[in-house]
Ligand binder design. Structure first.
Ligand SMILES: *Cc1c(COP(=O)(O)O)cnc(C)c1O
Length: 428
């Protein structure tokens, strides 16, 4: 592939990475971006449009990272950009309520029957932090059950066997997290209902990704989510569904709509921000009423409900309301699955709608143990080969590939060609 500058492919990214490492830790602002999981240096991105990103050397890539999920209607969606332009001219932050936030909450509560009241934040991590604190406040209990390999943001109490970044770097839990912070965290294997039922005794809540996305994509086993719902009802613990990835991605009403389950509290992020920093949590009115200023449980944020984030979020949620959108996303996901299968790569593919992971293993992957048993060296080789051929996969075996409404035949054909080359080069 040619470059616009005529410089060697990757020279500008390499130069920026050199500079970055002097002033940013590891040259990045979030660990997996460093691409250590696939044994190469990061690409510096210059711009993005539709299904593509361009690096600082002018190379174009078919993008399956989607900014880790948000870019569901493609990059630089003209409708989102238009909404942002309009909002921008009215000022970027007021620290006071706005009509847009009301509309945003109306849209979210309209899409999720289980969300009666909402609180917006500036990130998914903050949303989870608020939901966990609220669950403890509302139940008067402390223990939180979470799944091994489940990731709920960079939060002390939940950085115990958290997937993605932590998994990729082989750090099951992080130094700096006090024993006290995780003392009330109970770990269970994903998809193991009996283990969750036992752990829920006396617990404030279970927090779970209803489709795991941060150990790679692992769908819930049939009956798992309904079983958790029943176990929570029995024990008085709250069911917190972390739909930061799946909300508005696997259905308009998230995994709750797709799998027919209702959470007590739901965490949202990623897609709902249209590419701006955002998060939200919400749920049962009686539980949410414990939150300040109605109740005693404190939660706040200077930029929460930010005008730009809310405008971008509203625009993308309106786009996703167009008839046939989720059918189209499912078809695009199925098409990517077909491309990967057709390549003959030695993989087990887990897919839910427009998110999938191709695990380099010949066995089923239903939990963290299964995910981490994959051939990560082979994944790394294939991912490097794809990048060299103009396709941008997630830079870790333990992340999801995302397709958008604007990934089409040209992109899938290019991906099939790149994959054939990458597999041959990797000797797979
Ligand atoms: C990304 C993610 C988070 C954290 O969201 P941030 O916006 O990165 O803070 C929480 N939970 C899940 C399931 C996620 O995928």
């Amino acid at each position: 592939m040619s470059t616009v500058t005529g410089a060697p492919r990757g020279a500008r990214s390499a130069e920026l990475f050199d500079r970055a490492r002097r002033v940013l830790v590891g040259g990045v602002n979030s660990p997996v971006r460093a691409m250590r999981g696939i044994g190469r240096d990061p690409l510096f991105i210059d711009r993005a449009e539709g299904a593509h990103v361009w690096d600082a050397d002018g190379n174009r890539y078919v993008d399956f990272l989607a900014s880790w999920g948000p870019a569901i209607t493609g990059h630089a969606d003209p409708v989102v950009i238009g909404a942002l332009r309009e909002a921008l001219a009215r000022g970027t932050s007021y620290g006071a309520p706005t009509e847009r936030e009301v509309r945003f909450a109306e849209v979210v509560t309209g899409a999720f029957p289980s969300i009666e009241r909402l609180r917006m934040t500036s990130s998914g991590s903050e949303a989870v932090m608020g939901a966990v604190r609220l669950a403890r406040a509302a139940t008067g209990r402390e223990a939180i059950v979470k799944a091994e390999g489940g990731y709920h943001g960079a939060i002390d109490g939940l950085l115990a066997q958290a997937g993605s970044g932590a998994t990729t770097l082989g750090v099951p839990t992080s130094p700096g997290v006090t024993a006290g912070a995780t003392a009330a965290t109970r770990l269970v294997p994903y998809n193991d209902l009996a283990a969750a039922e036992a752990a829920l005794d006396g617990a404030a809540a279970i927090i779970i990704e209803p489709v795991a996305g941060n150990m790679g994509v692992v769908p819930p086993a049939p009956g798992y989510l309904a079983g958790l719902r029943a176990a929570c009802d029995r024990t008085g613990a709250l069911l917190i569904l972390d739909e930061v990835i799946t909300g508005f991605r696997v259905a308009r009403g998230g995994a709750q709509e797709r799998f027919g389950v209702q959470a007590d509290l739901t965490c949202l992020g990623k897609v709902i921000g249209g590419g701006l920093p955002v998060g939200a949590f919400g749920g049962r009115a009686d539980v949410m009423a414990e939150l300040a200023p109605e109740g005693p449980c404190y939660q706040a944020g200077t930029l929460s409900g930010n005008p730009l984030a809310t405008a971008a979020g509203l625009a993308v949620l309106a786009r996703l309301a167009a008839p046939g959108t989720y059918e189209r996303l499912d078809e695009a996901g199925a098409r990517l699955e077909e491309v990967i299968r057709g390549s003959g790569a030695p993989v087990t593919i887990n897919r839910v709608g427009s998110m999938l992971t191709a695990f380099l293993t010949d066995t089923e992957v239903t939990d963290y143990a299964g995910a981490t048993a994959c051939d990560t060296d082979l994944y790394a080789a294939i991912a490097r080969g794809l990048l060299a051929r103009g396709v941008y996969p997630p830079p870790s075996q333990f992340e999801a590939w995302f397709v958008s409404t604007v990934h089409g035949e040209a992109e899938f054909d290019a991906t099939a060609r790149a994959l054939a080359g990458a597999l041959e080069e990797a000797g797979a």
